[in-house]
Design a protein around this ligand. Structure first.
Ligand code: HEM
Length: 457
């Protein structure tokens, strides 16, 4: 169903540039673009995107609270994410609203519970170790593709439960091809122009998706047939055993859509966040040194936790989330009554740069999270409310495991100046992929890559 334009106009002001110009700036320089608009129009402003519909951007924590605590009947995220349907499928949690969303969320949440994450530590450390074994002293590398290799392997093993080496290799090749196609900027531009319902687009997608789907259905039926399903630790096995309130299990089609969702929601986001962590750390040697020391000591890791929080504050890889309003709401301290049909966007990236909440907001300073816990509506890299990321513990745990593996094995330094923010499909990434120089291997290749004392975040 196409989204129709709001009927009553009570929208906050915004830039008057043509919509293509706005969309281009949003894609190329997302942070500069929205920061400029906030300086001009204040905490609430309206953008116009390629589809010609307004998008009301919010950056006052009070308005963020209004959206995150709003009822599921009023705040439709699924409808607002329609563009993702050709890849994710119509039964993806990201595309559902109200009762169906809640049903999927209840089925998906238990396997992602914070305490369960410890079980994935070994998988995460092994994936990192395999990648690290290919690194050479003295070389300069781009972190982003290296981190993607690690996070893809982690998803295939921890979420899809793949153990067989050949099966893993086959799926890796297929997923890489699919991810390249679906995250390619030209593809994105094409889908914005043609719209998600375009037949041409669907046809091109079908070609890359068909072999992936066949493989995913093979993985699902293999799991169904497994005699030891109850003992298995992977997330797919738990989803196969999960029952909703009516005692119903998920169908194969639902499972396929959710596996694809977990892959797309969890792989690139975590890899992008990790490459930002290295980009920030290598440009601030004292911070890097303090973190490295803590991780090599092998005890508790409070500084690592603060580094991860600060990375996600300063470089939130998903800069906004979107809701489609089904009923009017009031924002901007009572100044604007937004009509039903408006899309609103809590702007994570702008909330995180508020100097009334974060003094010197552009400084990378993990210390700010040592004594102060992140606020529910002021630290929102994982969104909030009923749609808050279900993989937040998984992602933070994985980031910690990978930071630990890399920094206990290598001394690093920046290779070049600080990198600008650019966009790679849905996430924002360092524009040179986070380039670092590998100075010295601390431990011989293949030796144990982890420290000890890991705790679930
Ligand atoms: C650094 C890594 C990650 C970031 C920054 C991130 C961020 C987010 C954000 C902002 C949302 C909310 C979207 C909205 O409000 O519309 C979200 C939702 C979601 N995320 Fe994550 N995510 C990350 C990692 C993961 C991982 C590792 C997984 C699973 C393997 C995952 C699975 C999901 C799912 C299934 C949802 C949809 C929840 C719902 O609609 O109820 N994410 N994520």
């Amino acid at each position: 169903m196409a989204i129709s334009a709001p009927t009553v106009l009570d929208l906050p002001p915004g830039p008057r540039q043509p919509r293509y110009a706005q969309a281009l700036q949003w894609v190329m320089r997302p942070q500069e673009f929205v920061v400029r608009q906030r300086e001009r129009f204040g905490d609430v402003f309206t953008l116009e995107f390629i589809d010609g519909l307004p998008l009301v951007v919010l950056s006052d924590p009070e308005d963020i609270r209004t959206v995150f605590t709003g009822s599921a009947e009023v705040m439709h995220a699924g409808e607002a994410n329609k563009l993702l349907e050709p890849v994710l499928g119509s039964r993806s949690i990201l595309l559902l609203d109200e009762a169906e969303h809640l049903r999927h969320r209840r089925l998906l949440l238990p396997p992602f519970h914070g305490e369960r994450m410890l079980r994935y530590e070994q998988i995460m450390a092994e994936a990192a170790r395999r990648e690290l074994a290919t690194w050479q002293e003295g070389e300069t590398i781009e972190m982003l593709p290296r981190m993607q290799a690690i996070t893809l392997e982690v998803i295939m093993r921890a979420v899809f439960g793949i153990e067989d080496g050949l099966e893993m290799e086959r799926l890796r090749v297929l997923l890489r091809t699919m991810l390249q196609q679906t995250t390619d900027m030209r593809q994105m531009a094409l889908s914005l122009i043609l719209g998600p319902d375009s037949e041409r687009l669907q046809q091109r997608l079908d070609e890359v998706l068909r072999p992936v789907d066949e493989e995913l259905y093979r993985v699902i039926s293999g799991h169904r047939a497994a005699a030891n399903l109850e003992e298995r630790e992977d997330i797919l096995s738990m989803l196969l055993l999960a029952r909703d309130e009516d005692g119903e299990a998920m169908t194969d089609e639902e499972l396929r859509d959710e596996l694809m969702t977990l892959l797309l929601a969890g792989h690139e986001t975590t890899a992008s966040s990790l490459s930002w962590a290295f980009e920030q750390l290598t440009h601030q040697p004292q911070t890097l040194e303090r973190l490295t020391e803590e991780l090599r000591d092998g005890g508790d890791e409070p500084y690592a936790e603060a580094v991860i929080r600060e990375t996600m504050r300063l470089r939130p890889v998903l800069p906004i989330v979107i809701r489609l309003l089904k009923e009017p709401i009031t924002v901007g301290q009572g100044r604007f009554r937004l009509p039903a049909g408006t899309r609103v966007a809590p702007a994570i990236i702008l909330v995180h740069l508020r100097d009334d909440i974060y003094p010197d907001p552009y400084q990378f300073r993990p210390e700010r999270f040592i004594e102060t816990a992140p606020g529910t509506y002021t630290w929102i890299p994982f969104g909030g409310g009923m749609r808050r990321c279900i993989g937040s513990a998984f992602a933070q745990f994985e980031m910690r495991a990978v930071l630990r593996a890399v920094l206990t094995n290598f001394d690093l330094e920046a290779a070049g100046g600080p990198e600008r923010i650019t966009r790679r499909s849905l996430t924002i990434v360092p524009d040179h992929g986070g380039r670092v120089r590998l100075l010295r291997r601390v431990k011989p290749a293949g030796s144990e890559a982890t420290g000890k004392g890991a705790q679930a975040p």
